[in-house]
Design a protein around this ligand. Sequence first.
Ligand SMILES: Nc1nc2c(c(=O)[nH]1)N[C@H]1C(S)=C(S)[C@@H](COP(=O)(O)O)O[C@H]1N2
Ligand SMILES: [Mo]
Length: 546
Amino acid sequence: MEPDTPPPPSEHPTLRHRDRRLLGAAAGVAAALVALAVAEAVAAVSRTFQSPVLDVGDRVVDAAPRWLKDLAIDWFGTNDKVALLVGIASILTAYALVVGVVSFTRRLPLALVGIALFGVLGAFASQTTRRQAPFVAVLPSLIGAVAGVVALWGLRRLATRPAEQAATEPASERPTADRPARTARPSIADLVPNDRRRFLAGAAAMTAGAFVVGAAGREARSRFDVGRDRARIAVPGARRPLSPAPTDVAAPVPGVVPFFTPNDGFYRIDTALTVPQVAVDTWRLSVTGMVDDPFELSYGELIDLPLVESDITLTCVSNEVGGNLVGTARWLGVRLDDLLRSAGVSSDADQIVGRSVDGYTCGFPVAALDGRDALVAIGMNGELLPLEHGFPARLVVPGLYGYVSATKWLTEIELSTFARFDQYWVERGWVDDAPIKVQSRIDTPKGLATVDAGTVAIGGVAWAQTRGIGRVELQFDDGDWVEATLAPELNDVTWRQWSHDWEATSGRHTIRVRATETNGAIQTEERSEPFPSGATGRHQIVVIVR
Ligand SMILES: Nc1nc2c(c(=O)[nH]1)N[C@H]1C(S)=C(S)[C@@H](COP(=O)(O)O)O[C@H]1N2
Ligand SMILES: [Mo]
């Protein structure tokens, strides 16, 4: 056959079904990327906007049942947020593939409705997140969806022979009695190889453009990052500074955690997918609710109040026996009782609610303000609060699990009652009064470690904030409990470190630890899950001595 001969009409190279599906899938993904990129770019326009992906992610976090959250933490640990975003990306991709295939094999309008629906979902998420977003927050989703619709429609056009071309077709293609006229509307069946090249070029250009625009949007949004603001603010001094802690509060055994947990190693637990960026110039802390004189403070006014320092061990209720969702810091802040005294708390109020800029809430008894150093903290271990730990201000209440007390990115303290208001985790079944339970942990040796026979240094931490640790004991295999050596107590709201020299004989040994509070209460051996009020049970490890 001569190369230039056009194919006979009967072999006109229409697109086979499989190819349509492939091109449709590619078009779907390209259009989805365009939609997401445009949404990111729009989200970069204003601080009040948010990436729709993150909005949807926040919704998923809030709506996920507890077993799913537990599973996510089990599988992914503190990477659970990354896992969630990867999950959302996978679902988005699958959805885009389906929409694309539908647009190339079935009805284009159906596919366009599919994209529009996705925009509506994003808009819905933006309106129902905890941080009461203004109505304009729907714009990134909606404009992104429009861009996606246009992109998919355009790609379909590129893959389809324009209708006018039908008129200029060779006579052999004109309708005859036995070959009915094609519909005037361009049909996917008309795709010719030349168009396929244009289609692929279009899809590739859209994909590349989406990455550029999306990355530029993310980059532009970073101008709202407050890390630089924070770096410019000097750490204010305390009216009541603490002297440096004595060094002997740390157990003299390598392998035990440092007494003060470094900020960058401090556990982080929150429901925020991205760290809230709170600009100090517009931030306000208000004291509201059942008080005589509600008031509001700017950041400057807050840090000008008398500041105190206090060493406090913070603990997460989700900490498993032996876990590390616990850390100690020297906090700098305003005493909450001082702050509330100036507002005049109603005698009917029994709950102090802390509200975060991201809508998170905690709540704890007014009765917890019994003289302990409950703080509106602005500093941590000699620095301003790190962004992850609640910059510009957070609550820290000694003796209560973080979820009821330690609101980060704090913006409102509301006096209320337990009857009237359930905070974030109480709505999800956790208890509303959550004192920290006594716990102890073996830090060294590590479980399943192999050690040499002879003297083995064992060490760890124990905590019972507000009651204090009076004794720590160890049990080797099924022997008698032996007392470990306690490092001096710094105060009764920090953990206490302990150590013990063990004469290890070869073989496989189980080591258990238990703590006793200064009031005589012994840590129970009864195992219970963190839900709904904190784990109980004793930490034990197995070591191999050779
Ligand atoms: N805004 C906000 N504050 C929050 C949380 C949260 O999800 N959002 N989590 C709480 C929980 S469950 C704990 S244990 C502590 C953890 O504080 P950290 O991340 O600084 O260690 O913060 C508390 N404050
Ligand atoms: Mo927590």
